[in-house]
Unconditional design. Structure first.
Ligand SMILES: [Ca+2]
Ligand SMILES: [Ca+2]
Ligand SMILES: [Ca+2]
Ligand SMILES: [Ca+2]
Length: 345
């Protein structure tokens, strides 16, 4: 919600989104930190394989399995050792792929005992030639499908795959990278077997004697899944409401801000007296004083605009701490029409 505070009118505040917690990202560029990734290459002693960092992509290649009956089909991946989550959201962009290669590529989460015949956990994968997205539980490298959906992709385009897990619920979404707001396709699944573990990237051949060649870019993960797609990260939603039953677009406590907006603001969506609000705006002579509610651990700054489009930081503004989470920003009134807003820098 935009917050426009004309000089003598009380209105709303505008806050930027909160940063994620436990956030890890890797853009696979020249300063690639190899130490953060651990090869998950169960057939490394039996096939030709390669990992490449090139053009900000992370490419993985494996030849065909020499003995599919004994070893299974070709498969290759990498674990992000520090992405150790229970509640997780793991996203990665899929580079344009070769549609002639039958393969399933995607994301792993809550992995334990990664290795030949031992990997367990969960996977969200896109079957690139069959145009399906799958959520699977992996038991000792054997997948069991928990959810699936059609997911027709254009091999030339760029897509983002996001895998969410909160307790026993899972969601896998596929986005066009030019629209990360609404997924093109999604699948859901439920399972309670594996509770936590690191995340990773992965691909498997679609045929017993098939090979693999795929690439990812822009890896990101954090502990803010949203399995019910309501805009409220599930661990926070559950902390406030006790479950995930509330939608994000209603105002549970009747304070004028929707539940999802309050979580983004960092206020309590179950408490009417907790909301981001301008309490008063006073103009006295040449001085403008704006009183507002603050939250512990946040920083604020005042921005001004003459046209509500171009905003500049008001470097003259003085911050005055008041009691009980109330603060004031003081600045000069200036001349002409002026809009002000308080934001997190
Ligand atoms: Ca949610
Ligand atoms: Ca919900
Ligand atoms: Ca509210
Ligand atoms: Ca509230």
């Amino acid at each position: 919600m935009h917050s426009l505070v004309p000089q003598s009118l009380v209105s709303f505040l505008f806050l930027l989104p909160v940063v994620s917690y436990g956030q890890i990202s890797d853009d696979f560029n020249d300063d690639f930190d190899e130490q953060s990734w651990q090869n998950l290459n169960p057939l490394k002693d039996f096939v030709d394989w390669a990992y490449f960092i090139n053009d900000s992509t992370y490419r993985m290649i494996s030849g065909a399995s020499p003995d599919p009956d004994a070893l299974g089909q070709a498969r290759i991946g990498a674990m992000r050792k520090d992405a150790n989550y229970s509640a997780f959201r793991v996203g990665v962009d899929l580079a344009p792929f070769d549609p002639a290669i039958e393969q399933d590529v995607g994301v792993l989460a809550r992995i334990t005992s990664a290795g030949l015949g031992t990997t367990s956990g969960y996977a969200a994968t896109i079957d690139t030639d069959e145009s399906r997205i799958y959520i699977a539980r992996i038991d000792l490298e054997q997948p069991t499908v928990l959810g699936e959906a059609d997911s027709p992709l254009d091999p030339e385009k760029n897509y983002q795959l996001v895998f969410h897990g909160y307790e026993g619920r899972f969601l896998a979404e596929v986005f066009d990278v030019t629209n990360l707001t609404t997924p093109l396709f999604f699948a859901e699944g439920e399972d309670d077997t594996y509770q936590s573990g690191p995340a990773g990237l992965f691909g498997a051949a679609g045929q017993p004697d098939g090979n693999i060649n795929f690439a990812f870019y822009n890896y990101e993960s954090d502990d803010r899944p949203d399995v019910d797609q309501d805009g409220m990260p599930d661990p926070i939603e559950a902390t406030f409401f006790g479950n995930l039953d509330q939608p994000g677009d209603t105002d549970f406590d009747g304070d004028g801000r929707d539940n999802a907006q309050e979580i983004e603001d960092g206020t309590d969506p179950t408490a009417k007296d907790s909301s981001v609000k301008v309490i008063s705006v006073d103009v006295s002579g040449d001085r403008l004083s704006l009183q507002f509610r603050t939250l512990v651990g946040r920083n604020y700054q005042l921005e001004t605009s003459g046209d509500l489009t171009n905003w500049v930081v008001d470097t003259e503004a003085e911050f005055e701490e008041e009691e009980d989470g109330i603060a004031k920003l003081l600045t000069s009134r200036g001349s002409g029409r002026k809009f002000v807003r308080v934001v997190e820098p």
